[in-house]
Design a protein around this ligand. Structure first.
Ligand code: C2E
Ligand code: CA
Ligand code: CA
Ligand code: CA
Length: 273
């Protein structure tokens, strides 16, 4: 997981020792971290490809355990989902993101655009999610928050998801479909979900210069988004050449190591605000 993670951090890997035992340890310690405020958020900047300006950031959850060290979200997010804890984690992330926006403002570090948080597919099982999100984020204007839902997550319970995403959009929240291109959503649903942004999955971005097939997928996603009046944000941009190719295809925004890695709130403010 370390390879796919945001920072240069070396993450703990459960395969280092007995899997079953480690899973139990991980589970107990995660519940503890969630209860005792042992999680944190890192922030990765997003930029406009035309103006070069900062348009927002993605908030990514981090867990540093006293003895295990950094545990990758690739390990603890699925664990939280299996344990029925993803709702609590999602609540914590939304609240922490709003508090951070307020803290930056109090420090005179105005944050432009949207702070985006990931919403797990399981959170969509709650028919009251839209009202719940509004309550949790009441301290900031909804337009300052973007919600990222994976394409595959949206298709889990598409009809309920349509009504939740519509209610959230009507309330003013930004809405992005994450990992787009990997989830087989139908074009019919794509329109009904009321998202305003498609996040192009990094697997296509990272191979688009070598593979004409992947380049065609990226071009098609961008053209489709334009037709539907949606923005595109390409993720996992690691090189100048990838950024130039995306710009030439008309992609709106970018996020990736080439522009900035996920960093803690103070580093983010020092670098970007
Ligand atoms: P994601 O939502 O697709 O987030 C993007 C991931 O790509 C992040 O990994 C980020 O650090 C990484 N990344 C960004 N730019 C680059 C790049 O240029 N190259 C490469 N190779 N990677 C890049 P991270 O932080 O390890 O998160 C992994 C996944 O865990 C996220 O994928 C998301 O699905 C999940 N996750 C993280 N935080 C949360 C959260 O608060 N709630 C939920 N439900 N899921 C979360
Ligand atoms: Ca995301
Ligand atoms: Ca993604
Ligand atoms: Ca992903």
């Amino acid at each position: 997981h370390a390879k796919r993670s945001g920072d240069r951090t070396r993450f703990f890997s459960p395969s280092m020792a007995d899997e079953l035992y480690q899973r139990e340890v991980l589970q107990v310690r995660f519940i503890d971290a969630l209860a005792r405020n042992g999680l944190s958020l890192h922030f990765q900047p997003q930029f406009c490809l035309v103006s070069g300006k900062l348009i927002g950031a993605e908030a990514l959850c981090r867990w540093q355990d006293d003895t295990l060290g950094w545990v990758s979200p690739g390990d603890f997010i699925p664990l939280a989902e299996e344990q029925g804890l993803i709702g609590r984690l999602g609540d914590w992330v939304l609240d922490a993101a709003c508090r951070q926006l307020e803290r930056w403002e109090a420090q005179g570090k105005a944050f432009p655009g949207r702070l985006c948080v990931n919403v797990s597919a399981q959170q969509m099982d709650d028919p009251q999610l839209a009202e719940h999100v509004q309550r949790l984020t009441a301290r900031v204007a909804p337009g300052r928050i973007g919600l990222e839902l994976t394409e595959s997550g949206l298709m889990r319970n598409p009809d309920q998801t349509v009504s939740i995403t519509r209610a959230l959009r009507a309330a003013g929240f930004g809405m992005a479909i994450d990992d787009f291109g990997t989830g087989y959503s139908s074009l019919t649903y794509l329109k009904r979900f009321a998202a305003d942004t498609l996040k192009i999955d990094m697997s296509f971005v990272q191979d688009m210069l070598e593979s004409s097939h992947d380049r065609a997928i990226v071009a098609t996603i961008i053209a489709m988004a334009q037709t539907l009046g949606m923005r595109t944000v390409a993720e996992g941009v690691e090189t100048h050449d990838q950024a130039e190719a995306l710009k030439a295809l008309g992609c709106s925004g970018v996020q990736g190591f080439y522009f900035g890695r996920p960093v803690d709130a103070d580093s983010f403010a020092a670098h970007w605000l």
